[in-house]
Design a protein around this ligand. Structure first.
Ligand code: TA6
Length: 296
């Protein structure tokens, strides 16, 4: 694990610095004329994004763990190489990429944005959890808008299948007052009703727990937040499944790293390769999945 001095010598710019963050974890702080942001190397986890002149775009839990090897609650967890429960008891939900320390490989600054690239490669430890060789590259482009790209390269001799979610927690004024548009008439799997398949009728509103995987959908999703006087536009590529989640009251109280009233000010809209949208990657091939967030 490189020291902060080494990270700053190699990758600091006028707007990018590396510091000790919460829990003593290494973090990258970005303060650019176009936006501010924060990213923890634990999980390659973006915990803050705020374009100049706007309120923070990402929701963060005040009760989150900040401990190496544990997922951070809020921001943008990277769920990989599976979405949801693993097929084996002793494997972590949503894969292990969000629990590993990533390596910074590139940084760049221009007048309108900064880019940061991190990597995660297979090793003996990861192979005990998931017996494949891989190279993951995570690219952030941070400016007036935010894009997150995850590239999976199969460096094995055999094909493998990956499930993924760019599991973004959005900050909203009041979850019960927002509307999500863009998924009208799209089929979804309701994870709260034994994964029964339903069809979305009109805009999505939230007044109870919601946990849905919209399938066969490359659509843009707009989070209309009138109370905050903004629309968050979520577009994507490399994904045909979109997850929408809010734990609401009882699930929020059951999560130790989630404040009891946290459900009121967040909604997850996740760009995924989930369920039938998992991707098979042949030896030497790669798969790119990307989410872009614009604030209007
Ligand atoms: O966002 C969909 C989901 O699979 C929900 O079912 C909920 O479990 C959420 O992810 C959070 O999962 P986590 O493992 O981060 O607690």
């Amino acid at each position: 694990m490189p020291t902060l001095e080494a990270l700053n010598n190699h990758y600091a710019t006028d707007s990018i610095t590396f510091q000790t963050g919460k829990g003593g974890l290494s973090k990258c702080s970005i303060s650019h004329p176009s936006a501010t942001a924060e990213l923890y190397l634990n999980g390659g986890h973006l915990t803050h994004f705020q374009p100049r002149g706007h309120r923070p775009v990402l929701w963060m839990s005040s009760e989150s763990n900040f401990e190496a090897g544990k997922p951070i609650r809020g921001g943008i967890p990277i769920c990989w190489p599976w979405f949801g429960q693993a097929d084996q008891e002793d494997r972590p939900q949503h894969g292990f990429a969000r629990n590993r320390t990533w390596t910074v490989t590139q940084s760049e600054e221009t007048s309108d944005h900064v880019t940061l690239e991190l990597s995660l490669e297979s090793n003996d430890e990861t192979k005990l959890i998931w017996p494949h060789s891989f190279e993951l590259t995570l690219r952030f482009k941070i400016g007036k808008q935010l894009s997150i790209e995850l590239e999976t390269k199969n460096t094995s001799k055999d094909s493998f299948k990956v499930g993924t979610a760019i599991h973004t927690y959005f900050n909203v004024a009041n979850a019960s007052e927002i509307e999500l548009s863009g998924l009208d008439q799209v089929n979804y799997i309701d994870q709260l009703e034994n994964n029964v398949c339903k069809q979305q009728q009109g805009k999505i509103t939230i007044n109870k727990e919601i946990d849905r995987v919209y399938v066969d959908s490359g659509h843009q999703v707009s989070i209309v937040d009138r109370a905050m006087n903004r629309v968050l536009k979520v577009t994507k590529s490399g994904s045909q499944s979109t997850v929408v989640w809010n734990p609401w009251i009882s699930k929020a109280t059951r999560m130790a790293d989630f404040p009891d009233d946290g459900y009121k000010t967040m909604v997850c809209v996740e760009t995924a390769n989930a369920f039938s949208d998992v991707r098979e990657i042949a030896p030497g091939d790669n798969h790119l999945i990307m989410q872009t967030i614009c604030v209007e």
